[in-house]
Design a protein around this ligand. Structure first.
Ligand SMILES: NC(=O)c1ccc[n+]([C@@H]2O[C@H](COP(=O)([O-])OP(=O)(O)OC[C@H]3O[C@@H](n4cnc5c(N)ncnc54)[C@H](OP(=O)(O)O)[C@@H]3O)[C@@H](O)[C@H]2O)c1
Length: 387
């Protein structure tokens, strides 16, 4: 038996009742609870892992809040969440050739690829029978693992911030750039204006844009995160100065500011992982032929737009959901070289994971929240957490 966090439909119902279904008062830390889990035998294609560190992810938020769908109820009343981890391999099945005991690996969250590699379901979310990695140990099939790029120059906590967010950003960037390039060739416009709204995925998206020589603009209400992106070359925009787009005038003011910053052109690409009020601001900021790309719905899921207006400006809206497994492999060599994530200043203890989730939901952190699971770290990663 190992310790593992679980979310039950009963705990969600109790918390929803406590707050009278007002999600603003919902406390996620009351719903994600420490539990125990019996691990299966290691089969021929399986790998046994000791989890070293994990990042808090919003799909766990969505599962606990049951704000999109009640996935916990749909999965039979209980899930073991967590789909981003760094781990040590402790045992491999007889058919496993790619990994060996002692190796450090990262996970990906693609639970079941379709014919072209895109996820039909997400691991530890809607994939039936899947158990997540907010636990001390796990047994998973080897196709769910990627070798960790330990020599990339990032510390262990920074590496732990990336297994889910980096491949998502990588796919978002390929999609957005590909769509824009179908409309406007590099020959005609080499340097694009790229805007991202606050959040770890958007930050990584902007790092990809910067690495390819484009102008990047980071619109966030978080001073620590803006400072980090500015250091990397992005131009910061304080979202709070536009009242987080609460009213039409705020969106108009933001649109004017974007025009000033871009010599009247606007943004060729916008990454909006939040929707809600941010969506209107992102669309208003777009240049002609612009592309708005998203994998998120944190602030809202229903969009309204003027399709004639977007047609006339040749604007494309695109929605993605995670990435292919190949992209999880492709994103790993970019750790450190391109991806330099902002990590929240506190590294949470395993016992504090529910608090980390609640603080992420309240948006009070200075970067991506990381939870240290293993107290004893293997020799291979010790240099990455010392000094
Ligand atoms: N479907 C997929 O494939 C997929 C994959 C990854 C992520 N996602 C989704 O994408 C979203 C972002 O994920 P992430 O990992 O990038 O998040 P993150 O690093 O935790 O950042 C969340 C951001 O939300 C912003 N925020 C919170 N409340 C806000 C408000 N009221 N108004 C405006 N902004 C607000 C904050 O922006 P400030 O910096 O401005 O405070 C914060 O930076 C989540 O909903 C997640 O579920 C989807």
């Amino acid at each position: 038996m190992v310790r593992a966090y679980a979310i039950t439909a009963e705990a969600i119902a109790q918390e929803r009742e406590r707050v009278g279904d007002d999600l603003r008062n919902f406390d996620i830390s009351r719903v994600i609870r420490m539990d125990k889990l019996e691990l299966p035998e290691v089969g021929p294609g399986d790998v046994r892992l000791r989890i070293l560190a994990v990042s808090a992810e919003h799909n766990v938020d969505h599962a606990a809040l049951a704000d999109t769908i009640n996935i916990v109820e749909m999965r039979g009343g209980k899930i073991y969440p967590g789909n981003s981890a760094v781990a040590e391999v402790t045992e491999v099945g007889s058919n496993v050739k790619r990994f060996r005991p002692g190796q450090i690996v990262i996970t990906h969250a693609n639970g079941e690829p379709d014919a072209y590699g895109y996820p039909l379901r997400i691991w530890a979310y809607d994939q039936p029978e899947s158990r997540g990695w907010y636990c001390e140990e796990a047994v998973v099939a080897d196709w769910q693992l990627v070798a960790a790029p330990l020599e990339c120059g990032l510390n262990l906590w920074e590496i732990a911030a990336l297994p889910l967010r980096a491949p998502t950003a990588y796919h978002l960037w390929r999609r957005a750039e590909g769509i824009f390039r179908l409309k406007v060739s590099r020959e005609r416009l080499a340097r694009m204006n790229v805007l991202g709204f606050g959040g770890g995925v958007s930050e990584l998206f902007l790092m990809l844009a910067l690495a390819e020589g484009h102008r990047a603009f980071f619109c966030s209400g978080n001073p620590a995160r803006r400072a980090h992106l500015e250091e990397l070359g992005a131009e910061p925009i304080d979202q709070a100065a536009f009242n987080r787009f609460a009213a039409r005038d705020d969106v108009r003011g933001f649109s004017r500011r974007v025009k000033e910053l871009t010599e009247g052109v606007g943004m060729h690409i916008v990454c909006d992982m939040l929707r809600g009020n941010v969506f209107q601001a992102g669309v208003a900021a777009l240049a002609r032929e612009g592309v708005n790309v998203s994998a998120g719905w944190q602030l809202g899921q229903r969009l309204q737009y003027d399709s004639a207006g977007l047609s006339v400006k040749q604007i494309t809206l695109d929605h993605i959901h995670l990435n292919t497994i190949e992209e999880a492999w492709a994103a790993a060599p970019l750790y450190g070289a391109v991806f330099r994530p902002s990590v929240h200043q506190e590294i949470y203890a395993f016992e504090d994971l529910p608090r980390a989730m609640q603080e992420m939901n309240q948006n009070t952190q200075t970067g991506i929240p990381i939870i240290r699971v293993a107290e004893q770290m293997p020799e291979a990663v010790r240099p990455l957490i010392e000094g």
